[in-house]
Design a protein around this ligand. Structure first.
Ligand code: SF4
Length: 218
C-alpha cells in the first residue's frame, strides 16, 4: 500500500480484466457447443465453469501470453469441428506457414509436452485441417522451449469421447467425478473437491507452556 492507494489491488484487478478479455469466447449456456479447452482439462472444472462458476484467480501477466497472440491482427481465428450433433470449438494462438502454434506460460519447463496441451493442439490440427503444430512454453524469465506435434487420430478420438462425456454430464446436471491431477493445485474449485486450503501452523517452542516443556523432558 502506498499513500491512499492499494497498488497491488489495482494491478490484480487489471490482470483480471485483461484476462477476462483474452479468454476463449463461447456460449456457456449452449451445450451443443463445447470448447476444446473444456475437455482437455478436468471435466469437473469445465462442469462447474458452466453451472456454478467461480472466476479463476489470475495473478500474473505471464498467464495471458496465449490470449495476447490471439488478439493480434494475425492471431488465429476460432473455428468449429462438426461432430454432427455437437460443434467442437477450437482456437490456436497463431498459424504461420501452415504451422499451428500454441503458447503456454510455465513456472518451470516440462521435460515433455503437457498432456492437456497435446490434446488441445492436436484438436486444433483437426479443426484447421493442418498436419503440424508446435507447443511453445515460456517461463517467467521469457525463455522458451518448444515441442513439435503431428496430427494424431487416436488422440483426437479421445478428445471426442471426452466431449460426449461432458455433454452427458451437462445434460443430466450431474457433477463429473474427481480427476485428481496437478491442475487441482491452482484450481478455483479446490475447496469444493477436497477441503479448505490451510497454511501449516507454525509451532512456537519458545512460547510453549511449562506443561508442554516438562512433558518433553520426561
Ligand atoms: S480441484 Fe481438481 S478435480 Fe476439482 S475441479 Fe479442480 S481440477 Fe478438477
Amino acid at each position: 500500500m502506498m499513500g491512499d492507494r492499494d497498488y497491488r489491488k489495482v494491478i490484480k484487478n487489471s490482470i483480471q480484466s485483461v484476462g477476462r478479455e483474452l479468454d476463449y469466447k463461447f456460449a456457456k449456456d449452449d451445450i451443443t457447443k463445447i470448447h476444446t479447452s473444456e475437455v482437455t482439462g478436468c471435466l469437473r472444472r469445465a462442469f462447474y465453469d458452466r453451472t456454478d462458476e467461480i472466476e479463476v484467480d489470475r495473478t500474473s501477466f505471464s498467464d495471458l501470453v496465449g490470449g495476447m497472440f490471439r488478439k493480434l491482427e494475425f492471431g488465429a481465428q476460432p473455428t468449429d469441428f462438426s461432430l454432427e450433433d455437437i460443434s467442437l470449438k477450437v482456437q490456436a494462438d497463431l498459424i504461420a506457414d501452415d504451422l499451428v502454434m500454441i503458447f503456454r506460460s510455465v513456472g518451470e519447463f516440462p521435460e515433455g509436452p503437457i498432456a492437456k496441451d497435446l490434446l488441445y493442439i492436436n484438436a486444433c490440427l483437426w479443426g484447421y485441417d493442418k498436419m503440424d503444430g508446435v507447443l511453445i512454453y515460456i517461463d517467467g524469465k521469457g525463455d522458451e522451449i518448444s515441442f513439435s506435434v503431428t496430427k494424431n487420430k487416436k488422440m483426437f478420438e479421445e478428445t471426442i469421447r471426452r466431449v460426449r462425456v461432458l455433454q452427458n454430464y451437462l445434460n443430466e446436471k450431474k457433477t463429473p467425478t474427481l480427476e485428481p491431477s496437478s491442475e487441482c493445485t491452482n484450481c478455483q474449485y479446490f475447496e469444493r473437491c477436497y477441503t479448505k486450503k490451510k497454511a501449516g501452523k507454525t509451532i512456537n517452542f519458545f512460547g510453549a507452556g511449562n506443561d508442554f516443556l516438562n512433558s518433553m523432558k520426561s
